[in-house]
Design a protein. Structure first.
Length: 91
């Protein structure tokens, strides 16, 4: 399985959208500062996850979300899937 995830910076409220095959590990990597782009806005919390059968499907969805460039759109996604925050998928 592959996942599209959205993180929110606990410090600034900024959102980050990405894809991975291991959400739990990727969150750890973001919070350890292993991603240059997200390093300065740590710590991050996982606020949204969608699952896909293929990496290409996950990448397509990630692109759709990013192309919106809309904080309101991301907030609506999160509100609509609040129950998904309770379980973090991992391998």
């Amino acid at each position: 399985m592959f996942y599209v995830y959205i993180l929110r910076s606990r410090r600034t409220g900024r959102f980050y959208v990405g894809h991975t095959d291991d959400v739990a590990q990727r969150l750890v990597e973001h919070n350890l500062g292993l991603s240059k782009y997200t390093r300065r806005w740590r710590p991050w919390e996982l606020v949204y996850v969608e699952s896909f059968e293929t990496r290409s499907a996950a990448m397509k969805r990630e692109g759709q979300i990013k192309r919106r460039k809309s904080r309101k759109y991301i907030e609506r996604l999160i509100r609509g899937h609040a129950d998904q925050r309770e379980s973090v998928p991992s391998r």
